[in-house]
Each structure stands twice: as structure tokens, then as C-alpha cells.
Design a binder for this molecule. Structure first.
Ligand code: R5P
Length: 299
């Protein structure tokens, strides 16, 4: 009977914040990595609760994917009859077609695998292109995404009245979702990607940032090249201060240092991926959606 949140070592703080927001117990899934790279996964205590919320972001996804499947199996075999995956960052969503002959369509493969092991899935601002909802990828389970925009908006000081900058057309949805309720001005750039770490950006109307604070907004900071390039343009246009806000920050320490060198004074992201920039908690947004979807036991 009952319900509990299960987290993994690297995300126990975030899992606990979610459990607190739900008024649930929080347990750690233990993982032993053998010298050959295999993982031994164990859940405790057993029997498992009827509803298990498994919390883990899938950055650095390969080992983590295997371990969440093993954890789901251990929970199921020990009595859980509803297992919900909360993966604030969901990997492998970009590759939604074969761009070249012979490529695997990762989104379809990973979606099918997750749907076979979980009864529900919740993620945040997934990187989808041609497919617009997770229900198309995992039609047999209750798979949904929410946006971190309300939490990111809460991090912007109203008094500062910055111009919000989306570096590319895809970012428009997040920039506007944050700017509109706060009544802030928005500029959206056009980006051309030439390689993993090579992009060109043009931002029409960039003169408007002259002597004003600017906040760059994006869904993901990966290598940081997008934000570094955009920051260069904002500097040239005379922005008085440049900050960045993102849902997910995957950047390494070296890449974050490069972003600071590019003139970005403060970088903040949600806690979807634990790290130096992850100061914005998603717990109450996640808990609200979990409750709304009726995933919690009635008692
Ligand atoms: C692109 O479509 C995304 O919204 C991000 O702009 C991109 O993933 C950021 O990647 P990077 O930090 O490597 O430029």
C-alpha cells in the first residue's frame, strides 16, 4: 500500500524535494557498479509501495537508462503495481527520424522501451522537433511534459525589467512564456548550426539592448556555444549586463567558464540536472502535475 519517491545517489536532494512537496517518503535506490561496468540495482524496503515514483534525469543516459529499467523491474517484482518515471531531463528525444540511411531513430526506440516498463512518465521541456507531444511517442502510457517556464520566470527580478533574448526560433516558446506574464520585451534570433560547437546567430532589433540588462533564455545549454555566440552579439550591442536562464544545463565546468568569459555574468538553470547552475527547483511544478494526473493513491 501507499506511495514513495525513489531516487538515485546523484539526485537525492532533488528527489527529496519532490517527496516533500508530495508529502511522501523518499528512498534511495542503491546501485553497485562492478569493475566490468555492470550495475547491481536494489530497492528497499520491500515489499515496495503500491505506487512508486522513480525520479532520475537521463543526462549521461546510457548507464542511467539500464539502471532505471532494473529499478522498475525490482519495484514491480516486489509489489509495486504503478510505477511512474519522473525524468526532468529526458535523453534521446532529438533523433526523431533517420537523417542518413542506416541511422537508428533513437526517440522511437527509447520511447518504446520506457513505455514497456513504466505506467506513466513526466518530463520537462523535452527536446522535440517534428513530434509535438510525448503521447505520440508513447501512446500506451500516460506520458506528458510540462514546461519549466513558470519556475524560470520566478527567477527574474521584476525591478530589473531586462530584455529577454531567445537565441533561435525554437526558443521563442520559452522566452515568450516567461516574458509575457511579466510584460517584458522579447527578441528572438535566427541560428544556423555548422557543427557541434559552431553556430552563427543573427538577432534582429538587437540595438534595443543598448544600456539595458539582457537575459538569454534557452531550453538546453549543452556545449554552451549557442549562448556564447549570442552573448558576443549582446556585448557588441552594448547590453549593460548579460545573464542566462535555461531549463536544462548539461555544460561542463570548462564550458561554463567559457560562457562567463563570453560576458555572461550569471547562469541559472532548473534543478533538472544537478550542478553549479541548478538553483531553480522544479519540485512544486512536478508535484502539481503528478497530483493533477491522478497518479497518487487515493488513501
Ligand atoms: C537547440 O536547438 C537548443 O534549443 C539549444 O539551443 C542547443 O541545444 C544548445 O546547444 P549548445 O549549448 O551546444 O549550443
Amino acid at each position: 500500500m501507499g506511495m514513495a519517491v525513489f531516487g538515485f545517489a546523484e539526485c537525492m536532494d532533488e528527489a527529496r524535494r519532490l517527496a516533500d512537496a508530495l508529502g511522501a517518503a523518499c528512498r534511495e535506490v542503491s546501485v553497485h557498479r562492478f569493475p566490468d561496468g555492470e550495475s547491481l540495482v536494489q530497492v528497499a524496503p520491500v515489499p515496495a509501495p503500491e505506487t512508486a515514483i522513480l525520479y532520475r534525469s537521463l543526462d549521461d543516459p546510457n548507464a542511467k537508462l539500464v539502471e532505471i529499467l532494473l529499478a522498475a523491474s525490482a519495484l514491480r517484482e516486489n509489489g509495486a503495481n504503478r510505477i511512474i518515471l519522473i525524468a526532468p531531463y529526458l535523453a534521446y528525444m532529438r533523433q526523431d527520424i533517420a537523417f542518413e540511411p542506416g541511422q537508428a531513430v533513437s526517440q522511437r526506440v527509447i520511447g518504446k522501451m520506457l513505455a514497456a516498463h513504466f505506467d506513466g512518465l513526466l518530463t520537462v521541456d523535452p527536446h522535440l522537433h517534428r513530434i509535438h507531444s510525448l503521447a505520440e511517442i508513447m501512446p500506451d502510457i500516460d506520458a506528458v511534459s510540462i514546461t519549466a517556464a513558470p519556475a524560470l520566470a520566478g527567477a527574474i527580478g521584476k525591478a530589473e525589467s531586462p530584455v529577454l533574448i531567445g537565441p533561435d526560433s525554437e526558443s521563442r516558446q520559452w522566452v515568450e512564456a516567461i516574458a509575457d506574464p511579466l510584460g517584458l520585451e522579447v527578441l528572438v534570433g535566427a541560428k544556423r548550426r555548422m557543427g557541434d560547437r559552431a553556430v552563427e546567430i543573427v538577432i534582429e532589433g538587437i540595438d534595443k539592448v543598448c544600456a539595458r540588462p539582457a537575459v538569454l533564455v534557452d531550453d538546453v545549454i549543452s556545449s554552451g556555444q549557442t549562448l556564447a555566440t549570442a552573448a558576443g552579439l549582446l556585448r557588441e550591442a552594448g547590453a549593460s549586463r548579460i545573464e542566462a536562464l535555461a531549463t536544462h544545463c548539461l555544460a561542463s565546468d570548462a564550458d561554463l567558464a567559457r560562457l562567463r568569459e563570453a560576458g555572461i555574468e550569471r547562469i541559472r538553470s532548473s534543478d533538472s540536472i544537478p550542478g553549479a547552475t541548478a538553483s531553480i527547483s522544479l519540485a512544486s511544478l512536478l508535484a502539481g502535475e503528478i497530483t493533477k494526473r491522478g497518479w497518487l493513491p487515493k488513501d
